[in-house]
Design a protein around this ligand. Structure first.
Ligand code: SF4
Length: 282
């Protein structure tokens, strides 16, 4: 039986993108190919907020994700990929994950809820383990599945074939692609990979979700959108305000909504910030 290194497994409302407002189980797997230390920082600078938290964890370990401090700069899900926090993410079998999901669903079975597999970057090596979980008897009634990805990882042939079968009539897989613009601190040539994202459209619905804080970010977003369209990308594009903490989110959300309207693009909120303060497990 396959195992996944699970950073978090929780039940909440999807706060972003196409399924905003839908009750959802979030399976956050461990590991990412990026660091995104530039979020919320002046261009060219990197956040060091997590250093203090990692130092504290090395001395008096946190034992639960929900006790970890939130950050206002850098990646807001840092503990799901930073090796210094890997002890908080156990390896769980498909049985254990499916049982955990049943325990958190209101009727102990899938009804109108949807499953979000997120990270970290969920399309790294874990692609080989998902079929075992998705084929589990307790996952039989699941109808809608989203991968929240940074859009840099190709689907393996085996996983693509599996998803083709899984998405038989009545089921849908979505790829929510949060492509990392330069404000993340990641390099354009490593982060904006239109050919990779276009391939996701072979098996499911794909949309882009671009994080915006400044005019420069929007200029970068326009270049990225042009590159994806030139490669044949057909999906919707959402602009989403930067802001893992309420103070930063509240400075940006209205402006980003106006910008989306003005340019005929979709707006994604971050409902988990005003509703739940973006705490771990929400
Ligand atoms: S790609 Fe996502 S999970 Fe990975 S470092 Fe960036 S924001 Fe964090």
């Amino acid at each position: 039986m396959s195992k996944l290194k699970v950073a978090e497994l929780f039940y909440s409302i999807q706060g972003e993108g196409r399924y905003m407002g839908v009750p959802s189980v979030f399976l956050r797997v461990f590991g990412c190919n990026f660091r995104c230390a530039g979020f919320g920082m002046p261009r060219g600078e990197s956040s060091a907020e997590v250093e203090t938290i990692a130092f504290a964890h090395a001395n008096t370990p946190y034992t639960n994700y929900r006790d970890l401090p939130l950050v206002s700069t850098g990646c807001d899900s840092y503990a799901s990929w930073d090796p210094r926090f890997k002890d908080l993410s156990p390896m769980l079998s498909s049985d254990a994950i499916a049982d955990g999901i049943m325990d958190m669903l209101p009727y102990e079975e899938w009804r109108d809820e949807h499953l979000v597999i997120t990270g970290g970057e969920p399309l790294l090596g874990w692609q080989r383990a998902y079929p075992d979980l998705l084929s589990h008897p307790k996952m039989r009634s699941l109808k809608e599945l989203t991968f929240e990805t940074n859009g840099t990882q190709k689907l393996t042939k085996e996983f693509k074939d599996y998803l083709h079968v899984w998405t038989a009539p009545g089921r849908e897989v979505t790829f929510s692609v949060s492509a990392k613009l330069p404000c993340s601190g990641e390099k354009w040539e490593e982060a904006i990979l239109p050919e990779v994202v276009c391939e996701y459209e072979d098996v499911g619905t794909v949309y882009l979700k671009l994080v915006i804080a400044t005019k420069q970010d929007f200029a970068d977003a326009e270049c990225a959108i042009a590159a994806y369209r030139a490669a044949g990308f057909r999906g919707h594009v959402y602009l989403m305000p930067v802001g893992g903490v309420e103070s930063v989110y509240a400075m940006n959300n209205r402006n980003v909504a106006l910008l989306a309207m003005k340019n005929g693009l979709r707006y994604s909120d971050r409902l988990q910030v005003p509703l739940f303060k973006n705490e771990w497990g929400t």
